[in-house]
Design a protein around this ligand. Structure first.
Ligand code: GRG
Length: 310
């Protein structure tokens, strides 16, 4: 499949646009349009699997990871057209992880992104396969990326594979499952969050930097930013599970406590969790100092994510 670069041209909102809502909407639309082109149509045989993949992928997610990929590329002086396939690949991986996480054998959730979960609509078998297919198509989409001088295709593929693999995303999920109902130390909780949440966010920004041919110093700064942002994001997510309603969250609230999950409020208490979220938020912003004005969109995104009412 060839994607015409003009897909990006309609997006007139540059990184310095102060209207964050419009910026997010515009980027979400762009990402949705490009994802739509990469995904097989609903009626492609076998229709059930393509319907299920699309049901979960186009369920109204915030597109945080791909938006971060594009913003990281811009911070490093790149063009978003080059970052788009990598951005879309990360959204497919993220959605796969949500579909599998919601399964009865994992978190057993009925609602996600404000609607019934994939397995509730299509059954467990198809939901497992839809997750598998979303993970697989992510690599097909990466193959559409144009490598930069410093980062060849095998480097891009490795970045995605390692982040999604058994030492990062899956490691976090395994540790999370194994921690259920047990007393968890803070160090173990950090391991879970770093891998389950921060690894994919970190890879998302690093891939943006790679598409922009960023020098190693900039890539290292992006790694720091992604880790701090990812951890802060997860700490806040843990807090919201305790403090918000299901309606506000678009998913079942209070589930972490019910499942005796390892969460920050459970391990260190609500107030210390809030302080930790603030500390990590500052760390994320500090990591962007070398990008100056070019890092403005990343600062704004971090504010947007981390300034949720918690
Ligand atoms: C099944 C291998 C495997 C991993 C699952 C993603 C995940 C790991 C679990 C989901 C539960 C959870 C709390 C994950 C932490 C990351 C997180 C807060 C996900 C939700 O991300 P948002 O808010 O969701 O960006 P949208 O729907 O907007 O994309």
């Amino acid at each position: 499949m060839r994607l015409s670069l003009s897909a990006a041209k309609v997006d007139q909102h540059c990184a310095s646009n102060v209207n964050l809502k419009a910026y997010l909407r515009s980027r979400q639309k762009l990402i949705d349009r490009v994802l739509d082109r990469y995904l097989p149509k609903e009626n492609t045989r076998p229709a059930t699997i393509h319907k299920a993949m699309r049901y979960s992928l186009f369920a109204g997610g915030k597109r945080l990871r791909p938006i971060l990929t594009l913003a990281a590329s811009e911070a490093c002086g790149g063009k978003i057209e080059a970052a788009l396939p990598l951005a879309c690949a990360m959204e497919c991986i993220h959605t796969y992880s949500l579909v599998h996480d919601d399964l009865p054998s994992m978190d057993n959730d009925d609602f996600r992104r404000g609607r019934l979960t994939c397995h509730k609509v299509f059954g467990d078998g198809i939901a497992v396969l839809a997750g598998d297919a979303l993970l697989t198509i992510a690599f097909e989409i990466v193959s559409h990326a144009k490598p930069s001088r410093r980062y060849d295709m095998s480097t891009l593929l490795r970045e995605v594979a390692v982040a999604a693999g058994s030492r990062k995303l899956i490691a976090g999920q395994v540790a999370d499952l194994e921690a259920e109902g047990k007393r968890t130390e803070r160090e173990e909780l950090r391991y879970i969050h770093e891998n389950k949440t921060a690894a994919i966010l970190t890879a998302s920004v690093c891939l943006g930097a790679m598409s922009a041919n960023a020098p190693s110093k900039e890539l290292a700064a992006m790694t720091k930013f992604g880790r701090a942002l990812g951890l802060a994001f997860q700490v806040i997510d843990d807090i919201l599970d305790v403090t918000q309603t299901s309606e506000k969250l678009g998913k079942s609230a209070g589930k972490d406590i019910a499942a005796q999950k390892a969460t920050y409020p459970a391990v260190i208490g609500l107030e210390k969790s809030r302080a930790e979220a603030k500390r990590l938020t500052k760390k994320a912003h500090d990591a962007l100092s070398m990008f100056g004005r070019n890092g403005q969109a990343l600062h704004a995104l971090a504010n947007y994510l981390l300034e949720r009412e918690y």
